[in-house]
Design a protein. Structure first.
Length: 301
């Protein structure tokens, strides 16, 4: 339901519901984890119940939004739950399965890098987790821009507007690059301060500070690959981007990181250089694909 609302540019209500779900999650954590309002303290189990409660609230609220909102009424003829539209199911799977594989290749590559760093000891793993957590903050903004770009590109494609398609895609990439470059500057300037919010161990702080320099350099690459996936998804171009993701992470990045880390004794920094290679290759190939694909768009009546 949220993706449906976002896809028709009905963003603000969906955002409000998501924020309310977070509030529900906080209140439910207070009730179920620590035991309030007559509920026994359930600890970790309570956290799970709280998460489920917030997700159920969000699903119900979004369902009401989509099915009851006056703005959504024009889509009501298409919301026939009693009939399965198998051609539409096939279309959804043709997009959804490659999208899932893209996510799998990326997340599994980062998980594999964490495993390799775990072989190096707890200090390296702690520094890795802190640096990755900080990098994920700016990445959330990139993902937001990517989602918006998917909608704008798909709308332009639906209008059969080649210029609008390219403008939406490249504008999103430029905006994201500008933000991520600014975030990279923040990571460099405050590389010794930011880790102190997580730990007090000087060895971990120093190692994290060094990793944040690498984080700063791959910010633009990370944002570019995120937007690249989004704008190509808006053109329903899925197979080649999925292959790009596989090659960038599992053929180029991870092997390079392993060789640099253990073959050249670069340790944790070698693994992170491998991640830099992955993100840069993915971002570059995605934008090249968009440039070529959008320039040769052909619309059939």
């Amino acid at each position: 339901y949220r993706q449906f609302a976002e896809g028709v540019s009905f963003l603000k209500p969906a955002m409000i519901i998501t924020l309310l779900a977070n509030i529900v999650n906080i209140l439910a954590n207070w009730i179920f984890i620590y035991g309030h309002l007559g509920v026994p303290a359930l600890g970790l189990t309570g956290a799970g119940i709280a998460t489920i409660s917030s997700r159920l609230f969000m699903a119900a609220a979004l369902m009401v939004l989509v099915t009851r909102s006056s703005k959504m009424r024009r889509f009501e003829p298409f919301l026939n739950y009693a009939k399965i539209d198998f051609p539409m199911v096939r279309k959804l799977l043709s997009i959804g399965i490659p999208a899932g594989l893209q996510y799998f290749f990326e997340v599994s590559a980062f998980s594999a890098s964490a495993v390799m760093i775990g072989w190096m000891g707890t200090t390296a793993l702690a520094a890795h987790q802190i640096a990755m957590n900080l990098a994920s903050i700016s990445f959330m903004v990139a993902m937001g821009i990517s989602s918006a770009a998917t909608i704008r590109v798909s709308n332009a494609v639906g209008r059969q507007d080649v210029h609008g398609t390219r403008m939406a895609g490249f504008s999103a990439a430029a905006l994201c690059a500008l933000f991520m470059a600014s975030a990279g500057l923040v990571f460099v300037l405050f590389r010794f301060l930011l880790p102190t919010f997580y730990v007090e161990d000087k060895t971990v702080i120093d190692m994290t500070a060094s990793l944040l320099i690498i984080v700063a350099f791959f910010q633009v690459s990370d944002g570019t690959q995120a937007v690249g996936i989004g704008i190509l998804r808006g053109m329903t171009d899925m197979k080649i981007p999925t292959l790009i993701t596989l090659v960038a992470y599992w053929v180029m990045g991870l092997p390079s990181g392993y060789i640099l880390a253990f073959g050249f004794d670069m340790g944790i920094f070698g693994v992170w250089y491998g991640l830099f290679i992955s993100l840069t290759a993915s971002g570059l190939f995605m934008m090249m694909r968009f440039h070529t694909k959008s320039k040769t768009l052909v619309f059939h009546p």
